[in-house]
Design a protein around this ligand. Structure first.
Ligand SMILES: Cc1cc2nc3c(=O)[nH]c(=O)nc-3n(C[C@H](O)[C@H](O)[C@H](O)COP(=O)(O)OP(=O)(O)OC[C@H]3O[C@@H](n4cnc5c(N)ncnc54)[C@H](O)[C@@H]3O)c2cc1C
Length: 388
């Protein structure tokens, strides 16, 4: 079989979503020009280069994010929360849709509860529609879940249980993903910390379906699927038999979230540090329109028991300027899924998702598994024929 053939893996696992399984790919993909002599600098992965380990709790709901309005104590309360492992990807989209609900109100003042990526993008979308906005939140960047994100373009990762989806929710997802994908592309550059990056899914076998006519991911519109190319033995520098090459969006959370805060303040936004314990606490706000962007906070604040954490952990290595590609998957025996994404604040290594785990303590066993597997991959890559 021709290895650089059309791939449409389209799964909802992280690897399938990091631009590597999203879509149509072909011999005409830009990356095919890189092979067979693809040269990449290995990551200097070693324990003495570890600079921190961070933990965040993804706000997961089996039936997907909540985007709807209700009346509460004479106010219009618009919910926009529960984005699981896809909040950094989708937030501009659901924010735009939440703001479109708000413009149906007469008042041009709004309160946004929450200052993670969903709250900030919602606040900006409201400002773009002429609203005077105040954000109320108990924590702000760099102390939000959003700051703990890997922040690759993963618009359906850890987002929904496929058996719980409805046609109406799917339509919301597609609209949100379309808006967000376009918006993120307009923010490319150092000011926002958004960029395109080549990604390689490392694998021992050819993806199921053989690639040529595999079913596309039905969750996403076609135009959101970038190409990918299957590289075979001798065509890539990795220690696996195959690597699927693609190009995807990368967001650097600390740069991005600070830039969103700056933009919000530039348009006369106001941030108030405040915790709300019950929905009744919202009654005292001056604003008649309130948008709930509290992420996992909605579990307690609004009693949404469907919300549950997907605990995720990243271990970060000293930044390495000459590494500008991401990897997903790895050697057999890695003990689970792993991924590496470089950014200016370090090389992020991850691969955990623990449902129902509320602890913010790093999991030492997971740290050892993930760092150890990456040390093995990049040590092996150094010995590979095409490694620099
Ligand atoms: C390890 C890891 C990797 C990830 N990788 C990706 C990825 O590659 N791509 C991707 O798209 N997403 C990824 N995510 C998921 C993404 O980070 C989340 O979906 C996103 O951050 C959720 O944003 P949010 O604004 O809803 O929540 P948060 O960032 O948690 O913000 C919630 C805000 O609400 C406030 N709040 C909560 N409760 C209250 C209350 N009672 N009163 C007042 N304020 C309150 C908080 O203080 C905070 O300001 C990852 C997450 C983790 C942990």
């Amino acid at each position: 079989m021709d290895r650089r053939t059309l791939l449409k893996t389209g799964g909802t696992g992280l690897m399938g979503l990091l631009g590597l399984g999203l879509g149509a790919c072909s011999r005409t993909s830009g990356l095919s020009s890189l092979s067979p002599r693809l040269r990449l600098t290995p990551v200097n992965a070693s324990w003495d280069r570890v600079i921190r380990t961070t933990v965040g709790l993804r706000p997961y709901r089996a039936s997907g994010f909540v985007l709807r309005a209700q009346r509460l104590d004479g106010k219009t309360l618009i919910h926009n929360y529960g984005h699981g492992g896809s909040g950094m990807s989708l937030s501009w989209g659901t924010a735009s849709m939440a703001a479109d609900i708000a413009v149906q109100e007469d008042e041009r003042r709004a309160a946004v509860i929450g200052c993670g990526v969903v709250g900030l993008t919602t606040a900006r979308q409201l400002q773009r529609r002429g609203f005077n906005v105040t954000i109320y939140a108990m924590s702000v960047p760099p102390d939000t879940t959003s700051n703990m994100s890997l922040a690759a373009w993963t618009p359906t990762s850890g987002l929904v249980d496929r058996s719980r989806r409805t046609a109406a929710w799917d339509a919301q997802l597609r609209q949100a993903a379309r808006i967000a994908y376009r918006q993120l592309q307009l923010l490319i550059g150092p000011e926002y910390g958004v960029s395109w990056i080549d990604s390689y899914a490392l694998r021992e076998t050819v993806p199921s379906g053989g690639g040529r006519n595999a079913a596309p991911d039905p969750l996403l519109p076609l135009e959101l699927r970038t190409g990918s190319t299957l590289l075979g033995p001798g065509e890539h520098p990795f220690p696996t038999r195959y690597a699927t090459a693609g190009t995807t969006l990368r967001i650097e959370p600390s740069i991005y979230l600070d830039a969103l805060v700056r933009d919000f303040l530039r348009f006369e936004g106001r941030i108030v540090i405040r915790k709300f314990d019950t929905p009744r606490d919202l009654a005292g706000l001056d604003e008649q329109t309130v948008v709930n962007c509290t992420g996992l906070g909605s579990h307690d604040l609004f009693g949404d028991r469907e919300l549950t954490p997907l605990k995720g952990q990243l271990t970060v290595l000293v930044p390495q300027q000459d590494v500008n590609y991401a990897t997903f998957g790895g050697l057999p025996g890695a003990g689970g899924f792993i991924h590496m994404q470089p950014r200016s604040d370090g090389i992020a290594l991850g691969g955990t998702s623990e449902e129902g785990e509320w602890s913010l303590d790093p999991d030492e066993e997971a740290r050892r598994r993930i760092v150890g597997a990456h040390v093995r991959i990049f040590d092996a890559m150094r010995g590979a024929p095409f490694a620099d």
